[in-house]
Design a protein around this ligand. Sequence first.
Ligand code: GMT
Length: 385
Amino acid sequence: MSPPLNLAITCFPTFGGSGMVATEIGLAMADRGHRVHFIARDLPVRLHGMTRKVIFHEVTESDYPALAHSGTYPLALASKMIEVASYEHLDILHVHYAVPHATAAWMAREVLGNQAPRIVTTLHGTDTTLVGTDPTYLPITRFSILRSDVVTTPSAFLRRATWEGFSIPPESLPIEVIPNFVDTERYAPRRDRAHVRALFPNLGDGEPVLIHVSNFRPVKRIGDVVSIFTRVHREHPCRLVMIGDGPERSPAERRVRELGLEDRVAFLGKQESFAEVLAASDVFLLPSEQESFGLAALEALSCGIPVVASNIGGIPEQVEHGARGYLAPMGHVEAMAGHVLALVRDPERWRRFSHNARQHVLERFQLAPAIDRYEAIYRRLAGGA
Ligand code: GMT
């Protein structure tokens, strides 16, 4: 049997897809007997309440006044990586989201020399499409990605976008596509309407519930979520559940109040666990402008909830139009509302899509095969390849 590996993971600790994926990988590796460290600014959300399974190293910055606003986090992170790698003899440093994690990992490796762990960088989306290719960060992000030992992306779309966005010829940077995955037991079909009735006490029996989950950033087009809902509601009374928080939440809440629809829309804010509400809903909305993958849509599909989304980024790699949901050009709220109506007005169609969605996730997006692939990368690198 191969010896356990000593692995460190760096990610954003907040409610974002990249942090969730990173945490699940770490926990799964710990389950497989590897020694797993997390190096981050704060305890990742899904590690709360966990004891001893993984080891957490908090990155703290100096509060020296002259350093205020000088963005020293990458230096503090690199120093912590050096410290942990030195006394824990790390084999692998797996960083999620290139900015600034891949750069900190590269700095740490420069300092550690031949004692350095091998670096795996998983790109997640905006680190390529938005932040990374912003001229402010482009040269250093491109360099750090190229210096990683292995680079992975959750979709073929993001692999292409990385090659193109950073002007990297594919032959000089092989990128492995490892699709994101979902815990199919936690996100399982459970049509227990009590979970949505708790939010809407006077919910009618056949009244559909639409749902959206995100970080409410401009790329999510929260205004489109509300527009799709209002159009559907006009034709077919329904409800909307909004989970998450971010800059677009207040304007959306204001608009819902102005429309007099506040008793039909529930804004729940950030929720650590929402699988039951998701599984009790009817259609998941994701009209984003950018989405390298769309983890929340995968969680919905896993619960057997059809998805209506924009036809962008990596979404078509999981949502097949006309089979597990519907896709429309970004911003076409009329078309998306039409697709929602097609689902909620036709229970037979909804059941077919729901079944297809769950089956597809069970066949393609389970946790174990994805973890096998990450583990194979770690083993290959630790073995000197
Ligand atoms: O946009 C978000 O939801 C947050 C962001 C992140 O960095 O956590 O998500 C990105 O990574 C997720 C996990 O791989 C993907 O599912 C999201 O599609 C991706 N977001 C974008 O590309 C905008």
